[in-house]
Design a protein. Sequence first.
Length: 273
Amino acid sequence: MADTWKDGLLLKIVNVLVYFLFLGSNISTVWGHHDVYVRGKETYITPAPWAFLIWCSRSLIHLLLLGTIVYQFFPNGKKVIIDGISWRFPLLAVLNAIYVNVWASGHYVVAFIFALFVSSAVTHIYYVVKKFHIPSSIGDELLVHLPFSLYHGWTTVLVILTAFEAFGVNAWNHGPGVWTKVFVFLGLFFFEATAAAYAFSTPEGDLPAAVAITWSLFAIFDHQRTGFIHWSALAFAVLSLVWVLKGAVGLITQWRRGGIVLEDEERAPLIGS
């Protein structure tokens, strides 16, 4: 019997409700704390405010996830979103809403804990989507794989940024000591290495996730003015851009071949597996 839009209706309704909770949490953060992306705790790995355009209200991720919510009412969408992702999306939305509000209130240690929870939830969804649901249509690509690839890349950045806010020095009051520079360098290296892992996660790579990392590295370069950190961020951003180009080449190659259908084991992502 063919699927109808009524199948899994309870979860579909819950997904709609939590989407607006998810979006509303970021909107209330912007309007309730007007300069939270500018005047939050300043660390030596804080990016320029425009980095958050990938994730804050009215962002690309939110727009794509709105498409995901609509797509769940179609047969192909129901198969991956309702049958595959299942209740993990509502869990992610609730965790994200808690994280945003705790973070905006300046409770950075608690926010770091919830950043880990958010990252874990996204990673689980990312793994399920990449391993068990090969895209069979443009809807699968744009409304399922793309938003969760971007989201997974961004939460990788978010965990590190929140860790520095929770445990690092305030850049307004303290200069960068040796250990601060070491940990910032390691954080930047981790970002670049993660972008490389995305590029090689499948034969065609994961371009959107690598873009999210690269975007953030250039934002850190733009914002930081301490010489060592500023130029280190640029170096790692350029290296990360190489992996973005690798992913782009992989996608172009795939399109020219008319799509690549691989076994689950071959497509299983290296990140989060």
